[in-house]
Design a protein around this ligand. Structure first.
Ligand SMILES: [Zn+2]
Length: 128
């Protein structure tokens, strides 16, 4: 078990993560149907088609990002079950509770995350 967190805290994070997962799944479902809907609009002229294409590309980017986020959240749930939740995967230190509160899917402590993001500049970063 994760030894720096109480059962209550783990239950709290489980609830948070499950809530995020439900939200993302719902959004993904509606995004997918919207992306398909724009596909059937054959009356659009060239300019409209270009902007529809652009909008759809952005939409697909967002869908990809949401899917990635969803995978991270599911992985976090698994870590809770396995007792690894809250520990940095890189240095093994405890991740600050404040950080977990904001992003329960965090896999790295702030320090390791900064190093990683510095080396991994293509990572899409959402403003928390
Ligand atoms: Zn670390």
């Amino acid at each position: 078990m994760c030894d720096f967190m109480t059962e209550d805290q783990l239950a709290y994070y489980t609830g948070q993560i499950e809530g995020h997962i439900a939200e993302l799944e719902e959004r993904l479902n509606s995004q997918a149907s919207q992306a398909i809907a724009t596909d059937t609009n054959e009356m659009a002229d060239e300019i409209d088609r270009a902007s529809i294409e652009e909008a759809r590309r952005l939409e697909l980017n967002r869908i990809e990002h949401d899917k990635l986020h969803l995978r991270k959240l599911r992985a976090a749930l698994r870590r809770i079950n396995e007792g690894d939740f809250g520990y940095c995967e890189s240095c093994g230190e405890q991740i600050a509770l404040k950080r977990l509160q904001a992003r329960p899917e965090s896999r790295y402590c702030l320090e390791c995350q900064s190093t990683k993001e510095f080396n991994d500049t293509h990572v899409f970063r959402r403003v928390a």
